[in-house]
Ligand binder design. Structure first.
Ligand code: CTP
Length: 404
């Protein structure tokens, strides 16, 4: 998920580093937006290295990408830690005089703040009124807690522990996804890329990380489905609450999918190797045996999506088509052809090579059915996956209505 971490100018700013690290290690795409004052407490290189993304506090950087709103629009979650009295007042008033302000105003994502300040500032009537305003608007406020403050004093005003802020922020997102359009359904998602052995130590493979399929499995889970993820050599962790079936080859993926062909929804997001090696060697091939210019003979793999679509079923079968075609009309035509050839109900046309710059959209898809485009979504993989799952849920509901 895309998380914007806002940092305001308090001494607790250094603790934001721990939260950023925790979010990145959990697999999130983290964009840090410090205020100018925050950068006096913690250095930009630290934030860039930990978040693995460029960091700016400037509204007028990268104007062409409309970054002052793009970051907020594409965020799935915004967490501000520490939130100073000044930043809290600005959020309450809806001020947008810096990048953090514009990002928060331009976002519909859940907002979580972790106040940190001296006790007197926290107890001040103005601060308390602002906090009440934010709470009434549904903003999650974590802490502050009582404890040692920056000087010799202690009392209420210390920032909650970064790990507690992260936990509260992540659960704010799952609480926010209230509608569960796939309740009491079963969903099977294939993800990753299959590998075809050459000999016991070598294989032919592809670069697919499985991130899109994993995001789809998480979105289906959040929509209330019982989800099985058939993962082929995933580079990313499987989401919690999802059954994981690990496979390596196309043949194993095919067996795992056909065994589950009765599911309500089947999504083939895996990059399936079109060919396998004909005549896999039982022992490691040596250079001596292979010679100077070896050739591999390949055999065509079965088309799993096509087979799944031919099964007697009551399910929605979804395929993917990653295309580099730059022309819009030609791209859609290719998608329509693939949909018809595969016999799937829906085809997600994945426009690879789209602008993936800082603050800009990183994925764009169009979902086709036999009549044309039924959904168009862009943004983080999490938000795109949600849009795809919403479309699938609508299709399933329509199909179930048609059946007696
Ligand atoms: N797919 C499959 N079995 C295969 C190849 C692909 O189930 N042997 C599925 C993929 O999981 C994806 C869809 O088919 O959902 C489209 O994959 P793609 O590689 O784009 O399709 P191909 O038929 O291989 O078409 P192209 O010739 O354009 O690569």
């Amino acid at each position: 998920m895309r998380v914007v971490v806002g940092i305001s100018g308090g001494i607790a700013a250094y603790k934001a580093a721990l939260a950023i690290r925790e979010l990145v290690l959990a697999g999130h795409d983290v964009h840090v937006v410090p205020t100018a004052a925050a950068l006096r407490f913690i250095g930009r290189p630290t934030l860039e290295a930990l978040s693995r993304n460029p960091v700016s506090d400037e509204v007028f950087d990268d104007v062409a990408a409309v970054r002052h709103v793009a970051l907020g629009q594409s965020a799935d979650l915004i967490v501000v830690l520490p939130a100073t009295a000044n930043t809290i007042a600005k959020i309450a008033a809806g001020l947008a005089d810096d990048l953090l302000g514009t990002t928060i105003l331009a976002s519909r994502a859940p907002l979580v703040i972790a106040p940190a300040m001296h006790t007197e500032m926290w107890e001040q009537a103005a601060t308390q009124a602002n906090i009440r305003t934010l709470a009434e608007r549904g903003i999650t406020i974590v802490g502050p807690v009582a404890g040692q403050l920056t000087g010799d004093d202690s009392g209420v005003g210390r920032m909650a522990e970064p790990t507690d802020v992260v936990a509260a922020a992540l659960s704010a997102v799952s609480d926010a996804s209230a509608p569960r359009p796939l309740a009491s359904t079963t969903v099977v998602v294939s993800a990753g890329g299959t590998r075809e052995p050459i000999d016991p130590v070598r294989f032919l493979g592809n670069r697919s990380s499985g991130a899109m399929g994993v995001a789809l499995a998480a979105a289906a889970r959040d929509a209330g489905a019982a989800v099985t993820l058939v993962g082929a050599n995933l580079h990313v962790p499987a989401p919690a609450g999802v059954e994981l079936v690990e496979v390596e080859t196309t043949a194993q993926l095919r067996d795992a999918m056909l065994a589950r062909a009765g599911a309500d929804v089947i999504v083939m997001a895996a990059a399936v190797a079109d060919y396998r090696v004909d005549g896999v060697a039982d022992e490691k091939r040596t250079k001596e045996a292979w010679g100077e210019a070896p050739t591999l003979t390949l055999a065509l793999n079965p088309d799993i999506l096509h087979e799944l679509a031919q099964q007697p079923r009551a399910s929605v079968v979804v395929g993917f088509g990653a295309e580099t075609e730059p022309d819009d009309a030609a791209l859609l035509q290719r998608g329509r052809d693939k949909l018809a050839r595969k016999g799937a109900d829906l085809l997600v046309v994945n426009r690879v090579g789209h602008d993936a710059g800082f603050g800009a959209v990183d994925t764009r898809v169009q979902v086709l059915d036999a009549d044309g485009v039924v959904a168009d979504a862009s943004g983080s993989k999490t938000s795109v996956a949600r849009a795809i799952i919403d479309t699938v849920a609508l299709r399933l509901a329509a199909q179930q209505k048609e059946q007696p």
